[in-house]
Write a protein that binds this ligand. Sequence first.
Ligand SMILES: Cc1ncc(COP(=O)(O)O)c(C=O)c1O
Length: 377
Amino acid sequence: MIRAEAVVDLDAIAHNIAVLQGIAPDSELMVVVKADAYGHGAIPVARQARESGVNWLGVALPSEALELRAAGDTGRILAWLWAPGDPDIDACVAQGVDLSVSSTWALAEVVASAQAAGTAARIHLKIDTGLSRNGCTLADWPELVTAVLAARDAGQVEVEAFWTHLANADVADDAYVLMQIEEFSAATAVAQARGLEVPNLHVANSAGVIAYPAAHTSIVRTGISVYGLSAGVVAGGVQVVPAMTLHSRLAMVKTIPVGTGVSYGASWRAPRDARIGLVPIGYADGIPRAASARGKVLVAGHLAPILGRVAMDQFVVDLSDHPTGIVEGAEVTVFGPGSHGEWTADDWAGAIDTIGYEIVTRLGVRVPRRYRGASWA
Ligand SMILES: Cc1ncc(COP(=O)(O)O)c(C=O)c1O
């Protein structure tokens, strides 16, 4: 009997893609599959996205783009985060991966790779409109535009897009977001006035798609909503479905006498004789230690609170209020689509003061992923 597995419903992914496409009908979706598709498995999710007609995939790292190429993906992929000297830039350029450029050092590296490959590299110029991560500041933008124009005119780069990333799109009508959109327009106008025209613009993440129609440019970059989790914005009528269910099974069921401690530190002591169950997954599998004494799981369809500390490989739940008859092997749903008692990765996240993104992306390599839904899976 399997200790734990994450079942990913590719039909849910396809459904969520269709929902997002319906919200931004005039934009192309870039489905974000970085961090192993937020823990769901980059290669199957990428394949489902392509089957759903998605033209663009987005990843953070050049190595993530190359994994998709190695798996046979031949479509458009953008990789947007690397440090000077990244060993994968040559291969990305040679294999037709689009790369984000925020500064003249990155442009120089891409140009060197293009020359080595004897081709033009496709680049997306990122503008920092206020998130203050990567992206070219407005002060440095004219200098970068000058360098890009020279590289373009030399046939070393093709400039595919201008883009930026929003800081606060999960807050509707937020003045900071509106300021970012204005700064983006101003920067693109500066470049266009210099003769740098691009076929595409992209600004919105999932929350931006839901809350900011003004950010529905030719491409939108959607991650968390593709996986059916909350983008943090109240999304009336947005019916995405969580794609991942994390299953386990009880490895032990027993009664402990009043006063007995549970798990390291014995921080929880049984206030009465207690019926407890052992769930054989722990923080090495991605169950946050912060869920100690705060998280809950479904055991045989009923919520069971975590007792004491989550350990590396296991944690203990309280079954005292459960119906009798629960024995070893009973089904544990750590989180799922919400159809059984509304216990989703977002509920987990809320219980421990984090976001659903962190719950699914941290799922460890020891947890096998199984796919269902798509005919090819
Ligand atoms: C640059 C960029 N664009 C888009 C996304 C997708 O965001 P979300 O998952 O909120 O849709 C991310 C994710 O963090 C990102 O870093």
